[in-house]
Design a protein around this ligand. Structure first.
Ligand SMILES: Nc1ncnc2c1ncn2[C@@H]1O[C@H](COP(=O)(O)OP(=O)(O)OP(=O)(O)O)[C@@H](O)[C@H]1O
Ligand SMILES: [Mg+2]
Length: 455
């Protein structure tokens, strides 16, 4: 039986001495109190793993004591003991998380058994919790390189605070995964994680998406709608592609973050907000503030804690691990159970520069799994796939017996990849240069697997 610190509260001296003796013999450290006042004094001084509480005491009620302890944040396991327990007291104690309700007269053996089980339960919960701390927030985030290890540490530290976090990194480096990890590692993990992709939402709808609107606020606003800030209350709001937010909207967002209050579009009521903001961008926002494309004051607000994701080519040692993980996923998703990569194939992957970072690697591995007829993927298959994905010449897209749809998609993918690369992944600039609506480009890129599907 694991040792524990136990407080016994009862007004019968006989019970106190019997229980103290029995529990001490089991190796526990035991304090006793004959009433509520003394119990509270002891509780103020030290922490206990288990509280054994009588219900009716001369100076108060054991359930009330438990309630005050819970309000003060005490999470100790509680076991109630009572000679004439009312159902009402039992229900209240259960709501307060009491583990058991023992009838008096007590059987010492039974009590020792309940304490023993309780301690096992506590230890098991602790194990689960520490396991979760060790891996849980990060189970999606693969990579044992030193930079990734450091990033995990930064995420854990940053997650504890309420400060705004700005995640910067090239496209496909895992910014969204990091945002999720932050939320899960934070005290807000039980609250919602809401996401707004500032590049995917048409300009004139961003405001109502963020702040909500009242019925009739504008044409098409038939019903009242809550915005992301309201929906994310007590949780996290992830502002993706924040660098693509139009300037007038940046001003409004800044005001909301300063005042911690929102007003729905067309509404007059203000709501105070309880939201931690995580923003992400693949643009160099510091530079964008110099050219006036991004407000410097908003940048400062968002960038309280900066997290920067290294490009995949700066942590090539992660490539084999990532490739094997993506191979497993692709083989499951495409029903190709026996498929594998040779060591040479993995090496060939590790030599590529991956301008599209982890997403490019993931898509490439999936393409290999689908296109390689053999179960074993060789280095040559990798080289061929890389050559194909990179930049087929303007002429020579046609190949015999490949359906038009597939060829056209290849050409579209190439055009968009090249255009994005030429504009450092900035959606707005790329769309302008291609003469497309930004949200249309976004959808296209998503359909081609150049971007993650997003809400
Ligand atoms: N460290 C990682 N471990 C496992 N998968 C990863 C990792 N980093 C990225 N991925 C995967 O790569 C893809 C791209 O990641 P994500 O969407 O988070 O990137 P991003 O930085 O937000 O990209 P973009 O700037 O294009 O929006 C996703 O499928 C994600 O699951
Ligand atoms: Mg993203």
């Amino acid at each position: 039986m694991p040792r524990a610190r136990i407080l016994v509260v009862d007004d019968e001296p006989q019970i106190l001495s019997t229980l103290k003796k029995a529990l001490t013999l089991e190796g526990h450290t035991v304090d006793v109190a004959g009433g509520i006042r003394l119990a509270e004094e002891r509780l103020a001084k030290s922490g206990y793993d288990v509280l054994l509480l009588d219900v009716s005491l001369p100076d108060g009620d054991g359930v009330d004591l438990l309630e005050r302890q819970r309000e003060a944040g005490n999470q100790s396991a509680a076991i109630m003991m009572s000679g004439h327990a009312t159902i009402d007291a039992a229900v209240r104690a259960t709501r307060l998380g009491a583990i058991d309700f023992l009838e008096k007269p007590l059987s010492t053996d039974r009590l020792l058994l309940v304490v023993d089980n309780t301690l096992r339960l506590i230890r098991a919960e602790e194990d689960v919790r520490s396991l979760r701390v060790a891996t849980g927030y990060f189970d999606e985030l693969i990579g044992s390189s030193a930079v990734m290890g450091e990033l995990r540490g930064q995420i854990e530290r940053a997650a504890r605070s309420n400060a705004s976090i700005l995640v910067q990194g090239e496209r496909g480096t895992g910014k969204e995964l990091v945002a999720r990890a932050i939320h899960r590692a934070s005290p807000r993990s039980k609250g919602p994680l809401e996401k707004l992709n500032c590049a995917a939402v048409p300009r004139d709808l961003i405001e109502s998406e963020l702040f909500g609107h009242e019925a009739g606020a504008f044409t098409g606003a038939t019903k009242q709608r809550r915005g992301k800030f309201e929906r994310a209350s007590s949780g996290t709001l992830f502002l993706d592609e924040v660098g693509d937010m139009p300037l007038p909207m940046q001003a409004k967002l800044l005001r909301v973050l300063q005042e911690r209050e929102v007003q729905r579009v067309g509404g007059s009521e203000t709501f105070s907000i309880d939201v931690r903001v995580v923003a992400a961008t693949n643009r160099n926002l510091a530079e964008a503030t110099e050219t006036g494309e991004f407000r410097a004051d908003l940048f400062d607000r968002l960038n309280v804690v900066p997290l920067s994701l290294p490009p995949l080519r700066a942590r090539r040692e992660d490539i084999p691990e990532l490739a094997r993980e993506f191979l497993g996923q692709a083989s499951r998703n495409n029903d190709r159970p026996g498929v594998s990569l040779t060591d040479e194939a993995v090496q060939a992957l590790a030599q590529h520069s991956f301008p599209g970072n982890v997403r490019e690697l993931k898509n490439l591995v999936e393409r290999l799994v689908i296109l390689t007829p053999d179960d074993v993927i060789q280095a040559d298959d990798v080289r061929r796939a890389l050559g194909m994905g990179n930049a087929p010449p303007a002429r020579g897209i046609y190949r015999p017996d490949v359906p038009f749809r597939v060829l056209a998609e290849e050409a579209e993918r190439t055009i968009i990849e090249e255009a994005l690369a030429a504009h450092s992944g900035q959606m707005a600039a790329t769309a302008r240069s291609l003469g497309m609506e930004r949200s249309h480009l976004y959808k296209k890129a998503k359909a081609l697997g150049l971007r993650e599907p997003s809400s």
